[in-house]
Design a protein around this ligand. Structure first.
Ligand code: PMP
Ligand code: GLN
Length: 381
């Protein structure tokens, strides 16, 4: 049997590899990003109610109208932006799918897409699966800011899109309004599309505010803004997200979506509409900021060096130069096997596997999980 290559990634995604290794070695899993605590009681009840009440058949292709309306209300309240629920919002089976669908809607063979690295690991394969070429640009350590001069120089007549991510996975960096303005200057007078991955929009700390591409009137006209409920309601396994884009771009997006998944889990859409209307018991940014602070207060008693600290997302990058000079992949595997704590090596987020000897911890965990993990890491001292 011969299978076409489709994309350049080799092997299995790092999130699967590290979670499997954690299970195999009975390690505490601070690798793949998912919460280990219960979801809001009201939300699980709403899911059961929707199924019991008979909402179990296909939802409309763009998503349940009531969910799309609740989303637009929430954006009006939180960002003061007007979005049309009918023509600008599409519910998807997760943000990863929405990113793939947006790329598929716009890319042709020979196009180029600028990717800022380190980057979530689905971007590059998704671009390549559409026959386009990736133009990677490294973010600048130690704070991982964007070097806009480098981005400007990377633009060619073939540049079709730029994918950006704020709050950022894996570094926890959060863009300022100035970053958006710099991006706007660079793409002005071009036909370049923006894919704005804002899945961690509600995970911003220290009194900072997420600035959405939807709040930038100029950039909004050319942007697919991509979201995931998994990061807001701690239910990553539900795999429900959405795409907000201007009507013509939404039409192009749905043109693909209708022949990929067509529609999304109906009872879950009802449950999400319900929780959006009624509000969760506690906003997720408050929960996660507490967890970040708790994790930071513990990790300072270990030999890890903290980068940042994370201003957003639920990830914290750390250096291990005081522990070892192993390559990061080897170090992450060694730490899982020998000390029982799984993390993600940052080289996995680079197309050329650039190794700055950094790892990523996920702190979206119960207090006792974080306590036990850091107790184990203290043995490294
Ligand atoms: N983008 C980023 C930056 C992420 O970290 C994730 C996490 N999985 C996603 C997209 C995808 O979200 P989903 O689980 O909804 O596909
Ligand atoms: N976004 C999550 C992370 O970065 C996991 C997503 C996945 O497993 N594909 O850990």
């Amino acid at each position: 049997m011969v299978f076409p290559q489709k994309h350049s990634a080799t092997g299995t995604t790092i999130f699967t590899v590290m979670s499997a290794l954690a299970t195999q070695h009975n390690a505490i899993n601070l690798s793949q990003g998912f919460p280990d605590f219960h979801i809001d009681e009201e939300l699980s009840k709403a899911l059961g109610d929707a199924a019991r009440n008979g909402f179990n058949q296909y939802a409309p292709m763009p998503g349940l109208p009531i969910l799309r309306q609740e989303i637009t209300k929430s954006f009006k309240t939180r960002y003061n932006v007007d979005i049309d629920a009918d023509t600008e919002v599409t519910i998807t089976p997760g943000a990863t799918y929405a990113i793939y669908t947006a790329f598929t809607a716009i890319l042709s063979a020979g196009d180029e897409v600028i990717v800022l690295e380190p980057a979530y690991d689905s971007y590059i394969p998704n671009i390549e699966m559409n026959g386009a070429r990736v133009v990677p640009i490294s973010l600048s350590a130690p704070d991982f800011h964007v070097d806009w001069e480098k981005v400007k120089q990377a633009i060619t007549a073939h540049t079709k899109a730029i994918i950006i991510n704020t709050p950022h996975n894996p570094t926890g960096a959060v863009w300022s309004k100035k970053d958006w303005d710099d991006l706007a200057v660079i793409v002005r007078d071009t036909d370049i599309f923006i894919l704005s991955d804002e899945v961690y929009e509600q995970l911003v700390f220290d009194g900072l505010k997420h600035y959405s591409v939807l709040q930038h009137p100029e950039l909004r006209q050319r942007s697919f803004a991509l979201y995931s409920f998994g990061k807001v309601y701690n239910n990553t396994g539900w795999k429900i997200g959405y795409c907000i884009a201007p009507p013509a771009m939404t039409q192009a997006f749905r043109r693909i979506h209708q022949f990929l998944s067509f529609t999304v889990n109906t009872p879950a859409q009802y449950a999400l509409a319900h929780i959006l209307a009624h509000g969760a018991a506690e906003p997720v940014h408050a929960v996660m900021e507490r967890k970040r602070d708790h994790f930071l207060s513990l990790i300072k008693d270990t030999p890890f060096t903290i980068y940042g600290p994370a201003r957003g997302s639920y990830f914290q990058v750390a250096g291990y130069e005081r522990i070892s000079n192993m390559p990061d992949m080897e170090f992450a595997q060694w730490l899982t096997k020998e000390y029982g704590v799984a993390t993600i090596p940052i080289s996995a987020f680079y197309s050329n596997k650039k190794d700055d000897k950094l790892i990523r911890f996920c702190f979206a965990k119960k207090e006792e999980t974080l306590n036990e993990a850091v107790d184990r890491l203290k043995k490294l001292a």
